[in-house]
Ligand binder design. Structure first.
Ligand code: UTP
Length: 228
């Protein structure tokens, strides 16, 4: 077993499809426990939470109402902030940051903090990546609804194989195609994939339905897919 990390800056991106579809109290408690352990080991943890099925329901309604894409994104951002608020309250930090600058100040002050969406045109994968870069984090962990990154989409391709190690070029080749659309569901969204590759952020993608995976990732143990 790898020795627990210490003194690291970690961005933990929790998929809304994992935590907020609908919000899961037991799972959320598990996440807060894992984050508290990482904090006790001397790490700082910035949490970025997605909007999940609630966000997608609002996107569908906004679309049906004929509202533009930007409005569909805006309403979804509100859903992610609601999920982030639950995490923030359970973490004891209360406030949900709505800017990267606000979040980095919070992280420098408290060693932890939570945020949801930032602005239209992206997903919280990209928010986590932007935060990771701005905060100069050591590690970005995506708690996904899949075990990691596959050679193809595992939901549609039964032949898809889980990849344990990935280069930045491979990340962009596999997940960097396409553009943003409201409600996009991807292991890592294309805008984030390109941002992570450009800024060379170390990324671990793991199955977030099991907090034991997330604990391992936060402790620097090998789990899921490592992009480096
Ligand atoms: P999320 O990033 O909240 O998705 O984006 P999620 O539920 O966690 O998804 P998984 O679990 O990774 O699959 C949902 C939608 O919210 C809007 C976009 O429409 C996005 O598709 N959004 C989110 C923004 O427009 N801007 C943001 O900064 C974040």
């Amino acid at each position: 077993m790898a020795s627990p990390t210490s003194g690291k800056k970690i961005v933990l991106r929790i998929g809304g499809s994992v935590l907020g579809s609908p919000p899961q109290a037991k799972l959320l408690k598990g996440y807060v426990e894992v984050i508290s352990e990482a904090r006790k080991s001397g790490n700082s943890v910035g949490v970025v939470v997605g909007g999940g099925s609630v966000a997608r329901a609002y996107i569908a309604t906004a679309k049906e109402l004929g509202l533009p894409r930007e409005a569909q994104d805006m309403i979804a951002i509100e859903a992610s902030r609601l999920n982030a608020k639950l995490v923030a309250m359970k973490l004891g930090v209360q406030r949900v940051s709505t800017t990267i600058q606000g979040m980095t100040i919070e992280l420098e002050k408290n060693g932890t903090g939570a945020m949801g969406g930032l602005r239209p045109g992206i997903t919280t994968d990209t928010v986590a990546a932007i935060l990771g870069d701005a905060w100069r984090s050591d590690l970005l962990v995506k708690a996904s609804d899949q075990d990691g990154i596959y050679t193809a989409d595992p939901r549609t391709d039964k032949e898809a194989k889980l990849l344990h190690n990935l280069s930045y070029q491979e990340l962009v080749r596999i997940l960097g195609g396409g553009t943003h659309r409201p409600g996009i569901h991807s292991i890592v969204d294309p805008v984030a994939a390109k941002f992570i590759a450009k800024h060379k952020l170390t990324l671990v993608v793991t199955n977030g339905f099991f907090t034991s995976n997330v604990r391992k990732a936060l402790q620097g143990e090998r789990v899921g897919t490592l992009v480096s």
